[in-house]
Design a protein around this ligand. Sequence first.
Ligand SMILES: [Zn+2]
Length: 480
Amino acid sequence: MTSSAADGAVPNPEREFVTGHLDDLHADLDAWLRIPSISADPAHAPDVAGSAEWLAEALRRTGFPTVEVWPTAGAPAVFAEWPSADADAPVALVYGHHDVQPVDPLELWEHPPFEPTRVEGPDGPELHARGAIDDKGNVAMHLLGMRAHLAATGRDTPAVTVKLIVEGEEESGSPNFPDLLREHSDRLRCDVVVVSDTGMAAPDVPSAVTAMRGLADAEITLRGPAVDLHSGSFGGAVPNPLHAMAELLAGLHDAEGRVTLPGFYDTVRPLTDRERELMGRVPFDEQAWLAGPAASRVASGEAGYSTLERIGARPTAEVNGMWGGYTGPGHKTIIPAEAHAKVTFRLVADQVPADLGEQVRAWVAANTPPGIEADVHVPAGGVAPCASDLDSPAMDALLRSIAQAFDTRPDQVLFTREGGSGPEADLAGILAAPLVFLGAGLPTDRIHSPNERVLLPMLHRGAEAAAHLWRELAGVDFPR
Ligand SMILES: [Zn+2]
C-alpha cells in the first residue's frame, strides 16, 4: 500500500469520510456475510432471498429513495436508484451479485465460512468468509462509497444518477439474468455500467479489468459395440470407444498449444501492441504464482503468449472430465460400449458461444474413426466474452478515481484482463452501454475456494474509489 492522505497536499474529503466510517462498512459486511446465500443449493433458497432483503434494507438505510427486490424464475435480484438532482447528469448502473459459491470441502476452512473472522495477514488485516470479496465485499463498498461521495461534495443527491442491479444467481451461471435485463431495460437504462465483481493485480498495484472471457461447453459421447464386450474374445478386433476418445482429445491442441477446432480463432480480436505493452507492465511473479495459487510445476499453453495473456486475452479449451468402462476395484476385462468427455472453452472478444456447437461437431466428425458413433451435446446459451474501450472518457474517469484512492497518477493505473466469465456481455449488449470495472479483489483472495478472504485495506481503497467515481463521471459527456 502507498501512503495515506496525511503527507499529501491534496485534500481528500472522500478518504476522510471513508476512514472515519470504516466501522459501518465492517458491520454491514459482517452481517451480510452471515447469511449463507448459496444459489447452487436449493436448500439455501430462503437464505438467498434473505440476502436480497438484507441488501435492500441496507440500500434504504444508505438513502436510496427507490429500492426494490425483483423476483425472477430463480433467485431474486435487488434494484436501487438514486436520481441526481441534475436531470441531465449521466446515469451509472452498478452491477454485482449477492449469492455465493458453495463451501465444500468444509474441513479445509480455518474458520466457519459464514462466521466472518478477522485475521492478520502479511499485507494487513483480512476478513475471512465465503463471499468476503466475491461479491458481497465488492458491493458493500458502494454503500459507504455513496455516503462518502455525498458528504465530501456536500450534496443531497449524487452527482450522477446511480442505479444498482445486484443479482442472486451469478454463481449459478445467471440463468435468468438476461430475461431480467430485457424485462426491466427501461428502468435499467444507463450511460455506463460499473461492474463490481472483479479485482486488481496485487495489493500495491492499482489496476482496472478491461475484459472478461466467455464460456461454452460440450459433452461428447462415443459409442462402439452395442454392449460391453469380453476383451479376450473380441479385443483387438473391434474399435474401442475409450481409445477413440483418448485420441480425439489428444488432438484438441496442436504442438503449439493452439486449439484445433475449425474456425475457432476466426473472430478472435488480436491483441494490439499497446495492449500487450500495458499487460506487460503488470507485475507478475510466475514462480510465486506456480508455487501459490496455480499449485503447478510448470506454466504451459499457447506458444508466443505470456501466462497473463494466456489467461486473460486468449481463448482456450480444457477437458474437464472423461469417463467410461470399468473403474472399480480389481479388473474387468472389457471393451466398453461408451466413452464420455466434458470439454469447456473460454472465449475472448469477438467469439460467439453459439458458434462452438458447429465447430465441436465438425471437429468430432473429422476425428472419429470408422465404427465409432459420436454424439455431441452443446447446451444452448453459454457466456459471451466482453471487452472495454481503453480510451473512452468513462475509462478515464475510472482511472482518475482509482488513482486518487491509491495516491498515484491515472497513467500509473494498469490494465488487466479477467480470465473468468460472467454476465457482463449481456449487460453491455442488452442495455447498450459501455462497461468499466471497479473491484477490490486480489488473485490471492481464494474466491470459490476454502478460506476466501478480502484484504481490508483493498476494500477501504475500493470504497474510496467508488466515492470518487460518481464525481468523476459527472463530467463525462456521454453520447445520448
Ligand atoms: Zn463474483
